[in-house]
Design a protein around this ligand. Structure first.
Ligand code: OAD
Length: 227
């Protein structure tokens, strides 16, 4: 089982949340992207995600995304990838058994009819829902602070049944993902952290690999599959 965070996409040119470019108009993501903010300032939230959507135009998967595809192609159904990232780089690289636990940037949700659908471009105040036609009810189909991540049943099942848990490029401060290492470890999995630097959760991992994801993930995958 592999968990990824913003660090795996950093070398593709997408800023991480807590890195030097991680602030939005000087505000922390925890203050902008909240469930409560959708009701207080829906357009501020949409604007934040409009900018994120525009900001990743033309980005491409890097060697780390590709290495995970190679791993999946070797071990097939025994592989599961859970990403906290809302960018589409894992699926662009070719990952199949993939859960976007924090939702997807190119998906939109309507609070009037509860539909979600593929969306490109900017959500504006006057943008109507493609399904019900209502305006003023769209929001990003992403998990905001104060909301439940998606597909937790499947994730907990995988955590309690995996023999290897690898966390790549995540700072380990946002729950529940930050606690996955403890669940996997408790059920007997070997745990590996791959990160450019030590994190607040490093102490929980049995093994740590430090360095840029494009190199370290490629080497780790080759080791796992015996190349
Ligand atoms: P963060 O921005 O908190 O952490 C990124 C991590 O990637 C840091 O630990 C960096 O050291 C590491 N990193 C940076 N460049 C790297 C590289 N080239 N190779 C390897 N590691 C590198 O991002 P996340 O942990 O993903 O949630 O953040 C978790 C959640 O917080 C996000 O999913 C998002 C955010 O708020 C929601 O929006 C709900």
């Amino acid at each position: 089982m592999v968990l990824t965070g913003a660090g795996i996409s950093a070398e593709s040119g997408i800023p991480t949340f807590r890195g030097p470019d991680g602030l939005w108009h000087g505000r922390r993501v925890e203050d902008v992207a909240t469930a409560e903010a959708v009701y207080r300032d829906r357009w501020g939230v949409n604007e934040f995600f409009n900018e994120r959507r525009n900001g990743i135009e033309g980005v491409k998967p890097n060697a780390a995304h590709e290495a995970l595809v190679k791993l999946e192609s070797k071990i097939g159904n025994n592989f599961i990838l859970v990403t906290q990232n809302i960018d589409p780089l894992h699926e662009m690289a070719g990952s199949k058994n993939l859960i976007h636990m924090h939702g997807e940037l190119f998906s939109i949700q309507c609070d009037n009819c509860n539909s979600t659908y593929f969306f490109q471009g900017d959500v504006k105040k006057e943008t109507p829902c493609e399904k019900c036609g209502k305006t003023g009810s769209l929001r990003p189909d992403v998990v905001l602070f104060g909301e439940m991540p998606k597909m937790m049943d499947e994730i907990l099942y995988a955590l309690s049944n995996c023999d290897l848990f690898v966390a790549i490029g995540t700072s380990g401060v946002v729950y529940p993902a930050a606690g996955f290492v403890d669940v996997a470890g408790r059920y007997g999995a070997h745990t590996i952290e791959v990160n450019a630097a030590d994190t607040e959760r490093s102490y929980s991992f049995a093994e740590r690999i430090t360095g840029p994801a494009s190199i370290t993930v490629t080497e780790l995958v080759d080791k796992i599959i015996g190349e």
